[in-house]
Design a protein around this ligand. Sequence first.
Ligand SMILES: Nc1ncnc2c1ncn2[C@@H]1O[C@H](COP(=O)(O)OP(=O)(O)OP(=O)(O)O)[C@@H](O)[C@H]1O
Ligand SMILES: [Mg+2]
Length: 410
Amino acid sequence: MPKHDQVLVGLDIGTSKIACIVAEVSPDGKVDVIGIGTHPSRGLRKGVVVNIESTVESIRLAVEEAELMAGVDIQSVFTGIAGSHIRGYNSHGVVATKNNEVMQEDVDRVVDAARAMNIPADQKILHILPQEYIIDSQDGIREPIGMSGVRLEAKVHVVTGAVSSAQNIIKCCNRCDLDVSDMVLEQVASAEAVLMQDEKDIGVVLVDIGGGTTDIAIFLNGSIRHTHVIPIGGDHLTNDLVIGLRTSAREADQLKRKYGACMTSLVPHEDQIEIPSVGGRAPRPMPRQVMAQILEPRVEELFEMIKDELQRSGFQELVAAGMVLTGGSSLLDGMVELAEDVFDMPVRLGRPQGVGGLVDVVSSPMYATGVGLILYGHRYRQSSQSFKSADGNILGRVWKRMRGWFGDPG
Ligand SMILES: Nc1ncnc2c1ncn2[C@@H]1O[C@H](COP(=O)(O)OP(=O)(O)OP(=O)(O)O)[C@@H](O)[C@H]1O
Ligand SMILES: [Mg+2]
């Protein structure tokens, strides 16, 4: 049985499913997935916990399944956070160095200065993600400590979220006797699992389309520049099918996964499917193209919203590597093709990478966040601190973790 300090657990509390992924870290630093448990999620809406009871129940079942498979007793987890309460800001701070050479103390002060911004009272800082340092007028510096200079400037991306949403996630985990090691913005986690370093360097948009939310992150010059959450996902597609095809939500979701497509031109017009009816009526045959006709405008609408956000961010022309689509809904037939049309940039599907072990089981885009949480946890384990309750302490914890990040050249 692996020791606790060798085990990392990612708990993705999604709108559609809860996924608990257990990995073992070998002495040489390899991360192997040794267990996975999933359970349909019933207590969330648009990425946010709205029913503690049912969320706790789903988490418990997913965790139990993962424990059984991995043969470990799970005590702490890395978990994600999403929802339209999430805000991302770019900020910067400037200080004068104390000894004409940048020391850790100067870095701490400059980040403190960058953090000083007006945040609404019900929001708390979740992440301070370093982008670059500028020493005197030399920009693009990743590792400033030890360099000479009198003026130190830090550019950072600050992510804030609603205190109550974060607390509810922690409450659900604690009710399942789980400690939360850290809470990570879902697209930051997914990015760990699906993006390549060269993509992050030349510029890339990550789009994680889940059940209730679409999470966006833009990377350039190796670091995160912009984050945004759109409260629309695959569940909206399913709802459109419920109305358009007059069938139950369960059937509609299954039909969507099996036969759905979001580009009518990709579906041969002779393809027929059978739609189970409600109220004991007989199933009806229907051309598969009808489904595509329902789904295409909705996906197009979502893509237009993403495009607007890209324009607003000012990075649209700068993402040379194009777009990476992940999350369960990216599996819908025609997603990549339609995205290439709408965004006029190269688009690829992002499957989780960077882990060994049960790779086949976690290779679906659905597990991008879960696998990413493990990779994130692996990278930042030393500097993260376990905490039982977030009360008043998110800031202190983030501050501690952040110091670790700034010492990390990656
Ligand atoms: N093969 C498929 N084709 C189309 N849609 C799919 C397919 N497989 C899964 N989906 C859809 O993906 C969605 C679930 O994706 P995912 O598991 O990434 O969501 P989640 O993480 O639970 O939710 P969120 O991140 O929004 O909180 C559901 O709407 C589901 O219908
Ligand atoms: Mg998700």
